[in-house]
Design a binder for this molecule. Structure first.
Ligand SMILES: NC(=O)c1ccc[n+]([C@@H]2O[C@H](COP(=O)([O-])OP(=O)(O)OC[C@H]3O[C@@H](n4cnc5c(N)ncnc54)[C@H](OP(=O)(O)O)[C@@H]3O)[C@@H](O)[C@H]2O)c1
Length: 433
């Protein structure tokens, strides 16, 4: 019997694209790949911005700069989009899907912005749309949610899904460094961009939360803004407070049920108890922690970025597309649950860590405590430190409504005895799963 051939067009040969072409062309893996794909895979074209640049492992005659022409080629079965960004990547993906050509992408920004629309286009035209590498790089979390956990009622997905911020916060924790020092080191080592905003302001983590949520709960991907707080305000003294109290500060992305049909999605720093599995995820590693009603807690851990780890996830998707093509079928990318209602971050209950720089004089503690009390926020513990200009009060609250805590902070900022609000960070309760 003749082995069918699946022709692959690739847009982008940067970190991920070049590693992907190399993996797919690895002679030592040929038999295993043919087995997995039920077909022979061949890269027939690669589009890049600069086709004159030498690209080891890619034959120069495959290179062009016209990505749209590549997406429209009659002879490709799969388009692999690894150029990044929403536009013009969206145009290329739409061109392929509207002709029934399956698409594999690693592009979280594109999926978070218009994943629902692209999924509908894929489904209408009998094509696959896979994007495993868009969350957690080489960690196979998306297909696990879509297939192995398809029958499970998921209560919460919580992940460390941004390696740059995890590297920065890990440095601050292990070396006691300030945010600016840890960021500079991340930049020098290539873990952070010159403009780090996408990572440190949590845009990247928020896009990934949306993608995880669409698969875990059935929310749509239409570029909705979700609650987002970055790590730029986290100070060495906050990291130290966390350590002394049995916590570590991480940037987490969370999607969780609130009641039967409520859903909260958000990305923010949080103090995680040292005994929680996510607390031991260090450096640039990523992890996703899932709580299912029947499965209990589950966790995936691995390289959230890097050309080769990410390319393994892309290749896995391409093999899946090939098998579907050979069998004459396609997958529905995700299903939408219309009953879900978005719950505002202010309506979520949490324990909080609050740190205030205060005047060093009698009566300050009493006036601060009365502001907490008048907003219905009760104090679990308090620490007084420093003298003179360095005087500081640090609190752990009991569980309270986020909007009440925000109102407390606003009132404290107006109190004459409070010089400035140093920090207000959510705390994952030690009793929580
Ligand atoms: N890097 C990671 O660790 C990682 C992890 C997970 C997901 N991802 C995602 O994977 C995708 C690729 O990331 P990357 O790190 O490989 O990016 P990259 O190194 O910047 O590579 C981008 C590639 O796309 C090409 N390109 C850009 N715009 C193009 C256009 N309009 N037409 C044709 N080619 C174009 C570039 O061409 P030139 O080479 O000529 O400039 C380059 O080869 C992104 O969506 C990213 O979010 C990356």
């Amino acid at each position: 019997m003749n082995t069918p051939k699946i022709r692959v067009g690739v847009i982008g040969a940067g970190n991920v694209g070049s590693a992907f072409v190399e993996l797919l062309s690895d002679e030592s893996r040929h038999v295993a790949l043919v087995d997995a794909a039920m077909a022979t895979l061949e890269v027939v074209a690669v589009a890049v911005r600069d086709p004159k640049k030498l690209r080891p492992g890619i034959a120069p005659n495959l290179l062009s700069s016209d990505a749209l022409a590549l997406a429209n080629r009659e002879d490709i079965d799969v388009l692999v989009e690894l150029s990044g960004g929403v536009d013009p990547a969206r145009t290329y993906v739409e061109a392929a899907l509207s002709r029934g050509v399956s698409v594999v992408t690693a592009n979280k920004a594109l999926m978070a912005e218009c994943g629902t629309e692209l999924a509908e286009l894929a489904n209408k035209n009998g094509a696959d749309l896979f994007y495993e590498a868009a969350v957690g790089g080489g960690i196979p979390i998306l297909r696990s949610l879509r297939t192995s956990l398809a029958g499970e009622r998921i209560e919460r997905v919580m992940g460390i899904v941004n390696g740059t911020t995890n590297f920065i916060l890990s440095k601050m924790t292990s070396e006691g460094s300030d945010y600016a020092v840890a960021l500079a080191e991340a930049q020098a080592l290539g873990y952070a961009e010159a403009d780090p905003s996408a990572d440190v302001d949590a845009f990247d983590a928020a896009a990934k939360v949306q993608i995880l949520s669409s698969l875990a709960f059935g929310t749509e991907l239409r570029g909705e803004q979700i609650a987002r707080e970055g790590i730029t305000g986290v100070r060495a003294i906050d990291v130290d407070f966390a350590r002394r109290n049995g916590y570590v500060i991480k940037l987490v992305g969370v999607a969780e049920r609130v009641g039967e049909y409520g859903l909260s999605r958000r990305a923010h720093p949080a103090m995680i108890p040292l005994e929680h599995p996510l607390a031991s995820v260090h450096g640039a590693m990523n992890a996703v922690f899932v709580e299912g009603t029947k499965s209990g807690p589950l966790m995936w851990l691995g390289q959230g970025a890097g050309g080769e780890p990410t390319a393994t996830a892309v290749l896995g998707d391409v093999l899946y597309v090939a098998r579907n093509r050979v069998s004459g079928r396609h997958d529905v990318p995700f299903s939408v649950d219309d009953r879900l209602v978005s719950v505002e971050a202010g309506d979520i209950r949490s324990v909080f860590y609050i740190s205030l720089d205060v005047m060093d004089e009698p009566g300050v503690l009493a006036s601060v405590a009365s502001v907490f009390g008048s907003h219905g926020v009760s104090i679990q513990s308090m620490e007084q430190s420093g003298v003179g200009d360095e005087a500081r009060l640090s609190f752990l609250t009991h569980e309270a409504l986020t909007k009440n805590v925000r109102a407390t902070i606003a009132a404290l900022a107006n109190l004459a005895a409070v010089d400035s609000i140093g920090a207000c960070i959510r705390v994952i309760d030690k009793g929580a799963p």
